[in-house]
Design a protein around this ligand. Structure first.
Ligand SMILES: [Zn+2]
Length: 319
């Protein structure tokens, strides 16, 4: 069965059409209007319309992956980088296009994708950790996206870095865009790695530059990456302590760093509690299209009268 998905981000709205084997057959990106809701909805509806037209199927299953959260009871969204806060995107889209769509959090759909035909295929407890410009995660339990009270994904990016790690490495509690300070995102994401580099090297450098310079044998850049790996292992430990997953699948730009698993496994093994076994660390099988793939799978299943979203409610979305 052909299916489609929209991956909504702060810079682009990406539409993907998948064939029955879940291979992308067509893809189109447009810039995200970030100023106000109406122009944003026009761009989103345009992308959805394009998918329907390309598939020549008015009832094409289409899943829409959003950043931020969707309240499962009210259907209202909250996101920091797209103008959808306090809005019901599902209802607004249904009003424009005269049919219903499946909506969900993009990190949760990433975990779902990797648990179904991905790097964690068949595993019972799967966390999908996105190491991108920001830091986010989703989880899939027994093959399903569980209900959450507020529709929150795994907001590990805004869990505080343990004080022991900050003091061990002589790092300050950096302010975070969420209003708090010391959040994991400030140290572990791509922008976090760049901040660590600026702090240690005394001048700005992007995450990619640090990775390349370490690869070329520069000791100072290598030390920054080692520090980043120690802090990221603290993030992985927190995920283990809270969710105890069988597997953590890594995605996002930083996950493409060479030897990332070999960098993270030793510090994680050194941090785990007693004799507990750390979760298996794997790289995403479906790369940058994995979140969209997960939304398309969920939309396909919803149209078949079957939902792997727990807690589907009348007015809400399938967060
Ligand atoms: Zn934060």
């Amino acid at each position: 069965m052909t299916s489609g998905a929209i991956d909504l981000g702060g810079t682009k709205i990406e539409a993907r059409l998948f064939d029955g084997a879940m291979t992308t057959v067509e893809m189109r990106r447009v810039p995200t209007p970030v100023e106000e809701f109406d122009s944003f909805m026009t761009a989103l509806a345009g992308q959805v319309g394009w998918l329907i037209e390309r598939a020549d199927a008015p009832h094409l299953p289409i899943g829409i992956g959003l950043p931020g959260l969707i309240d499962p009871d009210t259907g209202l969204s909250f996101a920091s980088n797209v103008p959808i806060s306090g809005r019901n995107v599902r209802a607004a889209l249904a009003e424009r296009l005269g049919r219903d769509f499946v909506l969900g959090n993009d990190c949760m759909s990433f975990a779902y994708s990797e648990a179904h035909g991905g790097a964690a295929d068949g595993e019972a407890g799967v966390v999908g950790l996105i190491l991108g410009t920001g830091l986010g995660a989703g989880f899939c339990l027994d093959g399903r996206v569980p209900r959450r009270r507020n529709g929150l994904a795994v907001e590990i990016g805004h869990v505080g870095m343990p004080a022991r790690a900050l003091s061990r490495f002589g790092l300050p509690e950096w302010r975070c865009g969420c209003g708090k300070s010391g959040c994991m995102e400030r140290y572990v994401s791509g922008s976090g790695l760049a901040a660590l580099a600026a702090h240690r090297l005394g001048r700005p450098a992007t995450a990619l530059e640090i990775v390349e310079r370490a690869g070329a044998g520069e000791a100072a850049a290598e030390a920054v990456l080692t520090l980043w790996a120690e802090l990221t292992a603290e993030c992985l430990l927190t995920l283990q302590l809270v969710l105890d997953p069988d597997c953590i699948v890594l995605g996002g730009g930083l996950s493409k760093m060479p030897d990332i698993l070999a960098r993270l496994e030793p510090p994680l093994a050194g941090l785990v509690l007693g004799r507990t076994r750390p979760p298996a660390l794997r790289l995403a099988r479906h790369g940058d299209s994995s979140g969209a793939r997960g939304m398309a799978l969920l939309a396909r299943e919803a149209q078949g009268g079957f939902s792997n979203f727990a807690g589907l409610s009348e007015g809400g979305s399938l967060a």
